[in-house]
Write a protein that binds this ligand. Sequence first.
Ligand code: ZN
Length: 84
Amino acid sequence: MTNHDPDCEKCEQLLQGYLDRDLSPAEVVTAESHLGGCDYCRRRYRFEESLRVYVRTTAAERMPPGLMEKLAQLRTTDPGPASV
Ligand SMILES: [Zn+2]
């Protein structure tokens, strides 16, 4: 069993647009049906979502220099199966 089947890759590509509400209806269906059945991508989605909320609230105040860089690094970090 692997975490990176083609469906997951497709889902990861759709994820940003999904969070931006920027997908076509067909793409939303694809993303949602995959998220419904895939723990890995669902974790990834929650992670990205919380990151966005954090960025939004932080940006509303004042973004310290280097923070965007830090966040960019976080995004490339695998959420990992054991880290909750
Ligand atoms: Zn997946």
